[in-house]
Design a protein around this ligand. Structure first.
Ligand code: DP6
Length: 349
């Protein structure tokens, strides 16, 4: 027999960034962060997990290629989930797995991203969130989403925020064992649903410096990072929560753009400096800034993760249409600088 579960999880984009760990193994951050979860129809991971007595070892395929599960991050997630596994019974198939049997059974995992892996589109976020969610369903875990987020966090920090839709806060926590470093939902995907997210894919190539090694260098060498984590982010988190609660786009856009720019300033303040954005990214920032300045209130927010792709958040559908018109004007079809646009409403697991 084989027992299977399939889950689909969208990626999330931070509007107040996580950058820097205080514990590398448990993945504990040096500041809180806030993100918005995308529509699963646009950027998502689909993962099928299967268990069978005929499987001889744990195996995983990512985008149809077999990958190793020996890394600490996968092992940490698998161990945490197996430790919490419960009895499972499928009466139709006549299958009964007792909780003590899970340690002896092996898993096959197949995961598929519908967007470029490791190109700064937060694929690890959707990937680990989906893996943890699917395994939790298969093994009948009793933990709630927040507790599951603390397991996904041990796969990749940003993954903990993809367990919820809408706006999500990752609370950094204080405990050394990481038990209070988890995600909570600020507002669900039905609130503030006129926002539209447009992703301008500047490059789908794999990035040169991974987030993991980039933030390690920043923690070691950047003084700006220390100042940001202690003095700037705590205030910004409160302001961002207020902006989200009130659907205040002007404050939201100001905070989002400022935080993205400061994150990239921290990268440049690291030694050696890290450059994630390129000339096209800078041009997109200029286009958005000029447009916002020419109107009474900001129309679009921009944010860039560890790569050159622009995530643009438009005030509403009408603004999103104008935004795409503008992008097409500056980057005509077939332009070498921009590959495609991905459009997503903010959304949910
Ligand atoms: C710039 O979550 O990919 O996207 O925890 O080492 O796996 P690890 O890093 P990761 O870092 C994401 C960094 C970011 C900002 C963010 O998503 O908050």
């Amino acid at each position: 027999w084989v027992l299977m579960v399939t889950a689909q999880t969208p990626t999330n984009i931070a509007v107040i960034k996580y950058w820097g760990k205080r514990d590398e193994n448990l993945i504990l951050p040096i500041n809180d962060s806030i993100s918005v979860t995308l529509d699963p129809n646009h950027l998502c991971t689909t993962t099928t997990v299967a268990v069978s007595p005929s499987f001889k070892q744990d195996r995983m395929w990512l985008n149809r290629k077999e990958i190793s599960l020996s890394g600490g991050r996968y092992q940490n997630c698998l161990r945490e989930i197996r430790n919490r596994a419960c009895d499972v019974e499928d009466k139709k198939k006549g299958i009964k797995i007792l909780k003590e049997d899970w340690g002896k059974l092996h898993l096959h995992i197949a995961s598929y991203n519908n967007f470029p892996t490791a190109a700064g589109l937060a694929s690890s976020a959707a990937g680990f969130a989906c893996l943890v969610f699917a395994l939790a369903k298969l093994m009948n875990l009793k933990e709630d989403q927040s507790q599951l987020s603390a397991i996904a966090r041990q796969g990749s920090g940003s993954a903990c925020r993809s367990l919820y839709g809408g706006f999500v806060k990752w609370i950094m926590g204080k405990e050394e064992n990481g038990s209070d470093s988890l995600a909570v939902q600020l507002t669900d995907e039905k609130q503030w649903d006129d926002l539209v997210i447009v992703i301008a894919v500047v490059s789908s190539r794999q990035k040169e410096t991974s987030s993991t090694s980039g933030m390690r260098e920043s923690v070691k060498t950047s003084l700006l990072l220390q100042h940001r984590a202690k003095e700037i982010v705590p205030k910004r988190i409160l302001q961002m929560e207020e902006a989200i609660k009130n659907c205040d786009f002007t404050s939201f856009a100001q905070l989002t753009c400022a935080d993205s720019n400061q994150f990239h300033a921290v990268c440049m303040d690291s030694c050696p400096p890290i450059f994630y954005m390129n000339d096209t990214s800078h041009r997109i920032i200029n286009i958005a800034e000029k447009w916002n300045r020419s109107e009474e209130t900001p129309q679009v927010a921009y944010t860039f993760d560890a790569g050159p792709n622009a995530v643009l958040i438009a005030r509403n559908r009408q603004t999103a249409a104008l935004l795409i018109q503008r992008l097409l004007y500056y980057f005509p079809p077939n332009s070498d600088d921009l590959n495609s646009y991905v459009i997503g409403d903010k959304s949910i697991l």
